[in-house]
Design a protein around this ligand. Structure first.
Ligand code: FAD
Length: 417
């Protein structure tokens, strides 16, 4: 990743809150009250950055280093904003202590107050709810998403709270920008205005619980590079009802006439339903996103795929794109559910630069200490990891123990939260 792209997110996260603080810096107040108000503005700035980072626009994602990185900073800015906004009323109460404990208590006790203060507290509670669910990995994704959306309502309510307090000069434009970003995400991202129409041209089973689908464009095709992913929503067909919501899938190959192929593994409700998809089903597609395998060097490479995490590697191999000695370690539960394994064996047999090691690990966590190459074989290697977050985290840990620095470990988690 270029230095500019790497710096883009930290710079944005600094610049917006700094701009707010500069614009609305309070004068003539006590030091504690000044700090309370400044951190309130920094929190507001962080929340605006947080909202911006949930947009799913390929160009924006390209500038900011990818969707996965945007989601990571979305999470970080949300947590930081919450901590600051919680400190804001506490500091205001501390300032009130200079007058009397009663004044301090009245600042904190919402029951003694009126709607302008209640709205601030309600915004904080919603913010806490929205943030708390980001840490809940076991909650069903759909319920998680609705609860997480409480964050959007919290931002609007928090800004409304400032307007009720009479601070409308910088707040009205901020409220307008926040509403625009939320509307943008809802209309273009969730309802799919940014998506292109495609149709399912074919579907074939490639392993137990995995189907590969070919998608034909019905309008301008998307520009997709091997290894990138798209967001796809499937709708109704003659004997099929898709779930109609956008899910990320990696493009496993780009065919003639811009046909996109995706391999879909049954990992939950929606992907289980997709296993019975038929030609003719309407789809909408957004993207493309991701730069996981885009910036490879000529150094020897270790690719590690966990289950369906093999699709970005398959995409690159099908496009004929390796020019460095590469080892693909393909971890799967069993031979029968290892998608694309026969094809990968055939590619490896015809590609001298590629060695394939497919390991059926059963349902237990694989013994990575034994499966990964020893430190001396990893020296000078670039490592690319793709699969479920738990596996990717475990792989990173072992690689770091073997002396591989973070700069040489590239990864894509097959889960957004
Ligand atoms: C970058 C990326 C590339 C992926 N590529 C592939 C691929 O090539 N083939 C494949 O089979 N799977 C791929 N996945 C995983 C796939 O997106 C999930 O398996 C699928 O969304 C699960 O949906 P579900 O409703 O069936 O399962 P659920 O049980 O609802 O979800 C299982 C998990 O998938 C994630 N998920 C669910 N819905 C969404 C959504 N709308 N947006 C984002 N994440 C969601 C959540 O983290 C959830 O915990 C990829 C995921 C990511 C992030």
């Amino acid at each position: 990743m270029s230095a500019l792209r790497w710096l883009s997110l930290p710079l944005l996260t600094l610049a917006v809150p700094a701009g707010f603080t500069f614009w609305a810096f309070p004068e003539g107040l006590s030091p504690v009250r000044t700090v309370a108000i400044v951190i309130g503005w920094i929190g507001c700035g962080l929340l605006l950055v947080n909202l911006l980072l949930m947009l799913r626009e390929p160009r924006l994602a390209g500038w900011l280093g990818g969707l996965e990185r945007m989601y990571l900073w979305h999470h970080r800015t949300g947590v930081a904003a919450y901590v600051l906004l919680l400190a804001h009323p506490l500091l205001l109460a501390t300032d009130g202590l200079a007058d009397s404990p009663t004044v301090a208590w009245q600042t904190l006790a919402p029951l003694d107050e009126s709607w302008p203060v209640w709205s601030g507290w309600l915004a904080l509670v919603l913010l806490m709810l929205g943030l708390a669910v980001t840490f809940l990995r076991r909650m069903p994704y759909r319920a998680w998403r609705w609860l997480h959306a409480a964050l959007g309502a919290a931002v609007l309510l928090g800004l409304y709270h400032l307007i009720l307090l009479g601070i409308d000069e910088p707040v009205l434009p901020i409220l307008a920008i926040a509403a625009l970003i939320l509307g943008w995400r809802a209309v273009r991202g969730d309802w799919g205005l940014a998506a292109q129409p495609y149709v399912v041209a074919s579907a074939r089973r490639v392993a137990e619980g995995t189907v590969e689908i070919a998608l034909r464009p019905l309008a301008d095709p998307l520009a997709v590079a091997p290894g990138q992913f798209i967001l796809v929503a499937f709708f109704a067909g003659p004997n099929f009802r898709g779930c109609g919501e956008f899910h990320p899938f990696t493009v496993s190959s780009i065919g003639r006439d811009h046909m996109l192929h995706i391999g879909v593994r049954a990992l939950g409700d929606c992907t289980r339903r997709i296993q019975s998809i038929q030609p003719g089903v309407a789809a909408r597609v957004m993207g493309a996103f991701g730069n996981f395998l885009a910036e490879r060097t000529s150094a020897p490479q270790l690719w590690v795929a966990g289950g369906i995490g093999v699709t970005p590697f398959l995409g690159v191999l099908r496009a004929g794109g390796i020019s460095a000695p590469t080892t693909l370690l393909y971890l799967n539960r069993s031979e029968t559910d290892a998608a694309f394994l026969p094809e990968l064996r055939a590619i490896a047999a015809a590609t001298p630069l590629l060695s394939l090691l497919a390991v059926a690990t059963g349902s237990a966590l694989p013994d990575l200490e034994h499966l990964l190459p020893e430190a001396q074989h990893l020296a000078g290697c670039e490592c690319y990891l793709c699969g479920p977050p738990g596996l990717v985290a475990a792989l990173k840990r072992v690689l770091r123990q073997r002396g591989i620095t973070a700069r040489h470990i590239h990864f894509e988690n097959f889960e957004f939260r």
